[in-house]
Ligand binder design. Structure first.
Ligand code: NAD
Length: 255
């Protein structure tokens, strides 16, 4: 087991990638703290995870006091945080830049940038004091490439990369590593929303085929494939990898 008795805190834990991460970390022997806005879905996830140590903290990551609370609750129960999977995210509405509405900008930046930032602010404080830890931020291939119609999402994920690099340099003297994963299209509810934003509810199968055809490997990632990368980056197997973003997109960004 790569993470026996390590304390792993995951946000967006009720979503597709978060749930796969919770299962993968539990299989590596970790103790879990699971955070999500959706309390009912969070309870369902805990029933699917094989770990005797699970803490559930419903929270909105856009609210600084709720972020502080999920960090405090985790430290209260386990005394430390070894791994932080900073993963909650939203895709927002599709529109070209000329048609973007302020409401969508605020919504996407609030969750993807402010939510990720607050998480780092409070978790890194804990890790700095304990002089160890590994953080994995969930970026996207939109954190590296342009995304027509999803510019705000892409900008928010570029911001996650900026946070990742800066945090890695700030925290290296304390033995804390900070990296990001950059998934391409991954088979979760988020992709269902992106397909339907692109072409409307009735044509989602067509959209899925077109999106898959754009991937050199010809398919979406499974959430489990993303979770396996998170486990690797969280564990000592990646002990000299710091401040980087690892792309996991079936060859998409090689084009
Ligand atoms: P998902 O929609 O299945 O899960 C996202 C989870 O985040 C949901 O459970 C949701 O309730 C939670 N969440 C949203 N807003 C929140 C808030 N304010 N506070 C707390 N929790 C909140 O999507 P997913 O595919 O599992 O996405 C996980 C991460 O992966 C996101 O950061 C997303 O941007 C990123 N990502 C996804 C894909 C993809 O194709 N699915 C690709 C690249 C990156």
């Amino acid at each position: 087991m790569l993470l026996k008795d390590k304390v792993v805190l995951i946000t967006g834990a009720a979503g597709g990638i978060g749930t796969a991460a919770a299962k993968a970390f539990a299989n590596e022997g970790a103790k879990l703290a699971l955070v999500d806005l959706n309390e009912d879905a969070l309870k369902k996830v805990s029933g699917q995870v094989e770990s005797s140590d699970i803490l559930l903290v419903p929270a909105d990551v856009t609210k600084e006091d709720q972020v502080k609370n999920y960090v405090d609750k985790t430290v209260e129960k386990y005394g430390r945080i070894d791994v932080f999977i900073n993963n909650a995210g939203v895709n927002g509405a599709n529109a070209t830049i000329t048609e973007q509405q302020e409401k969508n900008l605020r919504f996407v930046m609030d969750v993807n940038f402010f939510g990720a930032f607050y998480g780092l602010k409070y978790v890194l404080g804990v890790m700095q004091e304990q002089k160890s830890g590994s953080v994995v931020n969930t970026a996207s291939n939109g954190g590296w490439l342009g995304a027509p119609g999803m510019s705000v999402y892409a900008a928010s994920k570029h911001a996650v990369l900026g946070l990742t690099k800066s945090a890695a340099i700030e925290m290296a003297p304390y033995g804390v590593r900070v990296n990001a994963v950059a998934p391409g299209a991954t088979n979760t509810d988020m992709m269902r929303r992106i397909e339907s934003n692109a072409v409307g509810e009735e044509n989602v199968e067509e959209a899925k085929k077109a999106f898959e055809a754009a991937v050199p490997m010809g398919r979406y990632a499974t959430p489990e494939e993303i979770a396996d990368l998170m486990v690797f980056l969280a564990s000592d197997k990646s002990s000299f990898i710091d401040g980087t973003m690892v792309r996991i997109d079936g060859g998409m960004s090689a084009n």
